[in-house]
Design a protein around this ligand. Structure first.
Ligand SMILES: *Cc1c(COP(=O)(O)O)cnc(C)c1O
Length: 396
């Protein structure tokens, strides 16, 4: 199939919910993707924060193949060793006590919300639980996760959503405080908002929300689906703040590109929430995905990914500072570790920059608020940041 044939066929057969870029990717090597015409692209998107180790890693391919040959699926009616090993591994890196494995981020958020409601129901015997979420947040596209997502354009065609959600402003503690009442069962937020425009939580905000939760027996749900798994230099971004969630959601980079996610809870929440029969998933926790989860965690430790991200972040930020200084249409750069954004002047669309960059062989993302978003694989080296700057500066 030529590129044009492939794109024509896809646009006839697929439900048109994505504005796909006109490129057909077929393989990858390290920091680079290749399309079906052999053109090379430097990847600063990681398949939206998934491909932490880049592409074509032989060790990963070999290990995954060995599990593929052994066992792929049996269902949650039985125990498997990959499941048990992955549970221990995610507990250890997160500091939480119990885990439920899912197939995606949105499914992890669904589970987190159900857990919070179940906890409230156990405590009060009432069915009037309310949830506080954040404006400009993103938690997924399913009805429950969409109900706590703060972007109106994603939500409004699908009303009525799950009831009982109110929205506060991220990094504005008094806006959260105002919404709390005795029916509030949970506050859900990203530790660093990704999709919503690359907004890290301030320390005062995160600590303040934690305090409000403690004072009112409210569960704090941190969604680290995008900012977790070493992206900001620790396994989870909350670990940099010295604040623990009651419930954590994780996905994207956790499964080496296989569909995988999880939500984790503290022992206190586990004891007082979901009971046998309350929740489930056919594929969630299958041997192949959980094998990939353990492998990604092992490799992140062995290959010192946290140290690498921490070491290279100042260079990445220096490069972004040079880009910002060198262009009148870049207003600022912001982010943490290997999740960074460039705020673009309203006279130019961030999406147009991303399209042009792709033509020039650089894969980027956008985020809400006219932001060019960068989520490079966590293996990126100085030369990759230099190359990104070279391509982008020319465009800007
Ligand atoms: C991507 C994302 C989700 C949704 O994950 P899916 O795997 O696409 O369902 C939820 N929360 C955050 C913060 C995300 O970045």
């Amino acid at each position: 199939m030529t590129k044009d044939e492939a794109i024509k066929k896809a646009n006839e057969d697929l439900i048109g919910v994505y504005n796909r870029f006109p490129v057909v990717f077929s393989s990858g090597e390290g920091m680079y993707l290749f399309d079906n015409e052999g053109k090379r692209y430097l990847d600063f998107a990681s398949g939206i924060g998934v491909n932490a180790f880049g592409y074509g890693d032989k060790e990963i391919a070999g290990e995954i193949s060995s599990q593929l040959e052994k066992l792929v699926h049996v269902s949650n009616l039985y125990y498997t060793e990959p499941l048990i090993k992955a549970a221990a591994a995610v507990k250890e890196i997160s500091g939480l006590d119990r885990v439920f494995f899912t197939n995606s981020g949105a499914e992890a958020v669904e589970g987190a919300l159900k857990t919070a409601k179940r906890y409230y129901f156990n405590r009060t015997g009432k069915n009037d639980a309310r949830i506080i979420a954040m404006n400009s947040s993103f938690h997924g596209r399913t009805m429950g996760s969409l109900s706590v997502t703060g972007t109106d354009s994603y939500r409004s065609p699908f009303y009525p959503l799950v009831d009982g959600v109110s929205f506060a402003d991220f990094n504005d503690l008094s806006s959260v405080e105002k919404l709390i009442d005795k029916r509030t069962c949970a506050i859900i937020m990203e530790t660093l908002q990704g999709e919503g425009g690359i907004h890290p939580a301030t320390e005062a905000f995160l600590k303040g929300v934690r305090r409000l939760c403690d004072e009112n027996d409210i569960l704090l749900i941190l969604d680290e689906i995008q900012c977790g798994m070493c992206r900001t230099g620790e396994f989870y971004t909350f670990q940099k703040y010295g604040v623990m969630p009651d419930i954590l959601t994780t996905a994207k980079a956790i499964g080496l590109g296989l569909p995988a996610g999880a939500f984790l809870v503290t022992e206190r929440v586990a004891e007082n929430s979901l009971k046998p029969g309350d929740h489930g998933s056919t594929y969630g926790g299958n041997p192949l995905s959980t094998f990939a989860i353990s492998l990604s965690i092992r490799l992140m430790k062995e290959r010192k990914v946290r140290e690498h991200v921490k070491e290279l972040t100042p260079y990445f930020e220096e490069v972004l500072e040079e880009i910002t200084k060198g262009s009148s249409i870049v207003k600022e750069h912001r982010g943490d570790g290997f999740i960074q954004g460039l705020l673009i002047d309203p006279s130019v669309k961030a999406g147009d920059i991303v399209s042009k960059a792709l033509q020039e062989g650089l894969v980027l993302l956008t985020a809400e608020g006219n932001v060019v978003r960068m989520l490079p694989p966590l293996i990126a080296e100085k030369e990759d940041f230099d190359r990104m700057k070279e391509i982008l500066s020319k465009l800007l």
